[in-house]
Design a protein around this ligand. Sequence first.
Ligand code: TYD
Ligand code: MG
Length: 452
Amino acid sequence: MKKVKSVFVCQNCGFQSPKWAGRCPHCGEWSTMIEEIETSGTEDLSFPPAKPILYKDVRQAQQQRLQIKIGELNRVLGGGLVLGSLVLIGGEPGIGKSTLLLQVSRDFAEEGKKVLYVSSEESLEQTKMRGERLGIGKGELYLLAETNLEKIISHALELKPQVFILDSVQTVFSSSLSSSTGTISQVREVTNQVFRFAKKNNICSFLVGHITKEGSLAGPKSLEHMVDVVLYFEGERDHSHRILRAFKNRFGPVSEIAVFNMESTGLKAISNPSAFFLKERPEGESGSVAVCTIKGSRPLLAEIQALVSSTLFVGNPRRMTIGLDHYRTAMLLAVIEKKLGFGFGGQDVHMNVAGGLFIREPAADLGILAALVSCIKNKPVPLDLTLLGEIGLSGEVRSVSQTLARIKEAASLGFKSVVLPKGNLPELNKKSINNIDLIGVRNIKETVDVLF
Ligand code: TYD
Ligand code: MG
């Protein structure tokens, strides 16, 4: 095999050197020298040379997709697995990445497709042990335990599977680089080669990438721009449910989520996540509010909780948020102080979204406000009431998008009333929404009057 030459390139200034250095001799930055494969000019054998083409002559891409048996996974991918695409699945160790992909392999093999599952961190016996729990039966599912990427790819080229899975990117190495396994140069090179392999042979490929709590450097974050789809698997190890989130998708909407439950026979999709996230709402307690947020293409109800208590840190009270944007919450506290006259100066504020969800949308502002005020006044918000609306700095409630979808989701779960921006009412009156009261509000004062 031809030996590929590699160079160390400073990621800050572009300086090249045949040897590694802790500090770039050119710009003086530390830890920026990264090994890369030396390319001669711009030639790239995997794609034909490009030339300008008239817009109208460009053929529209016919995206062919494989349907995965796990419907929720199809939805997160934007309607199935695009042929020749490379999907990166990132998550902490033990979250269930290998389990999910082995289930996907099982289902494809049962449908008569040829699947190659490469495990570079577990032996064949370990993978088989997991497979037995998942009930892997008939079909052409091939396993390979190997860490050398070039060997893996040559096996894959010989076998010609329809689905190719590499678990994980941090534990294989390419022999064209001298850097050790798991370094940034290696994971990039591995990803790059798998990407070319997938595109050239039109094979659906999955890559697994580990992330640590500290956010490891050579982790999936540094690969996001190189792949077609990035999915993150999240959840607490102490809880059995897992959230799979689309972070990047060249073939579908992002921020789409799917919820799974880890059971003794693998991951089971939860088909009604709204009900799931609300099922443990406390009855008659203050500080808990249901909001309806949009995740990708689907509305999702979630519970926001607030706790306001006198602080031990006089002069510097705590502001803690889990699952909400910290700055947005701080801004809402300021608006509430200014416009409603509640003082948070001597109070710690803790906010939480139940179930490990993250809500970034401003449409949840009104829900955050309601949870806070409910806690301060020690008056519960009715269980069958939900709120949506963005709050501006003068305390005005601004309209939000996709109101109808949100209201319908709330109605389907038995909610009786929705507090929403007055600005959203005209578009809704025309459409029929039965059995649910729509209460329009213009500012936060009106909201508090309606609620309490
Ligand atoms: P795994 O898929 O190995 O995680 P990752 O590949 O992301 O590191 O998941 C391992 C965990 O899942 C482990 O703690 C055992 C648990 N598990 C089940 O609860 N049920 C099952 O059927 C399987 C296969 C695993
Ligand atoms: Mg694993």
